[in-house]
Structures are given as C-alpha cells and as structure tokens.
Write a protein that binds this ligand. Sequence first.
Ligand code: CU
Length: 349
Amino acid sequence: MSGLLLVLLVALIFVVLYQVSRSSEMVASIQGEEVFDKKRNKWLGYSMLVLYVAFMAGIYACHVYMMPLMGPAAASDHGVQYDMMFTVTLVVTGIVFLITQLLLFWFAFKYQRRDNQKTVFFSHSTKLELIWTTIPALAMAVLVAIGLKNWFAMTSSAPKGAMQIEMVGKQFNWISRYPGPDGVLGKRYFTNINDQDNILGLDWKDAKTKDDIVLATGELRLVKGKPVELIIGSRDVIHDVGLSHFRLKMDAVPGITTTLWFTPLYTTEEMKQKTGNPNFVYEVSCDQMCGRGHYSMRAVVIVETQAEHDAWLAKQQSYYAQNHPEEFPVTPAPAPADSAKKITMNTPK
Ligand SMILES: [Cu+2]
C-alpha cells in the first residue's frame, strides 16, 4: 500500500513540475525573455542548494528508518575485522561523496549565469591532475591492502584444534558432515553417491568414514569461542555458503574443495538477547544463483557451549550405522529406574 502511495506521489510531483514549466513559458512570453531568464537562474540556483539539503536528509532518513548503512554486530572474529574494513571504506567514500556532492550543487548556485561574469578557461593543469590521481590511488591501495589482509586471514589454514565440518551443496539443500570420535572426516567419492543411503558418496572401505555423522538438513552445530574450519564442496552446480551473521561466504564448486575458517563469538542464546529477538536463528544461505530452488537452500546454524555440543554429539548415530542396521542391532532400552520401583512397591507380597 505504501509502495502504491509512493508511486502516486512521484507521479503527482511530475505533474506539478510539468504544470510549473508550462506556466513559466507563459510568464516568459509576458515579461520578456531576458528578465525572465535572470529570475529563473536565481530561482534554480537556490533550488539546487535546497535539493542538496533534501538529498542528504533523504539519505539520513533511509539510514535511520529504512535500512541502516551498517548491519547488526558481526558474530565472528573475522566478521569484526570485516565490519572494521567496511566502516573505514564507508567513512572514506562517505567524506568524498559529501564533498563532491556539496561542490556540485554549490557550483550550480555560485556560478549561475549573471551579467558581466566571465568564465575562466584553462585546457590543462598538471598539478590538479596529480592531486586527483594520487590521492584516490593511495586511498584505494590502502583499502585493497586491508581487504587482502582479511581475505588471507579467512582463507589461511585454520588454527590447530579447530573443529572440521564438511558442507556440501546440492540442488537444493545443504548437507553437513561431522567427523566422529576419531576426529577425521573419511574419504568420499562422487561415484559412490546415491540418494537412498549414501548422499555424500562416502567411501565405506575407508574406516575413517564409519563414525562420520551426516545431517541431511545441513545444520551446523558450532561451539562458541572454538575455531571451525568448513570444508566446502558441491554435488552438482556452483553454490555458495553464505554466513551473513559471521560476514563470510565461500563458493561451493563441484570437483574443487574450498575452505574457510572462523571463530563464533556468541551462542544462539546470547544473540537472542543481543538482538532482542527471541526467535533469532543464525542461518546459512546459498549466495550463488543455482537454479529453480535456490531460494530454499537455507540451513540453520546453532552456536552452543562445548558442554551442549558434546551432549548433542553423544546422541548422534553415525551415518554408516544408520544405513547398516544389520551391523548395529538395536538393543531394547532398559525400563526407567523409578517405574521399576513402582512395580515392586505395588506387587503384593
Ligand atoms: Cu543456490
């Protein structure tokens, strides 16, 4: 509804402007062209200044009421660095933007056509060209250097003791794999893939695969303060692991393994409090248009404490055991202790 009102408002402004220009033509023909031109130049000069102020106020209003220039605080160590880089870039380009726009509108006012005013003309100024080439080049070099430093930090080898989780994209969902108690992800090969009982193509001849945990939902369970390395792959086309809360993304390319690592700074519970949103969830999106169901490639990230993570891990059954029940016969669960007690108590002697 507000969109429709906005369109109507813009249309109305155009109608008003058209009518003003029509009436100006009529006034010009009555007053005489020269008198009218002087008045119009003055009016246009002042309106340029008003437009500049309205323009800047509009940007500020967009920032405050519609979309803030900076998002909510980053939830990873690398994310904090990225936000810093973003702030520096925003400040530098913002200052340049403000100054150049101010000059643009100010010049339109100051150098409006007046009687006896001569235009200064020069064809070349080495000094000016040096200034407007060197300063932007230096500023860009500094920004690129900060960007490269952050890029190398994210894509370098993960620190020792980092968790390793594999994240594989397929049309149209993510699959995550955790190493079991051996702490190593076993081998997998694409020709072993089948959607019934081996969605990642794990190589069962490799003993290290047998304790691996596979989540078909792609859920990522991370530990607060513990570095995690994502080993990223794809089963079909190019996808992209997008972790906006952590300010990270990395392509998932078929046939090539890509990696990134980071350290989550806040648990999901802490983020619920920080954001004031009781329904807050970290999420993984696909940041590469990958086909018809691209929009649905969402997975949840849960950041928890080490104790919570260990408790969750202990409850997981390996993917091999899930798909080879004959080798892992289910033993009936023992009756709860208190119900056994009740039966004894109620049994007549
Ligand atoms: Cu996608």
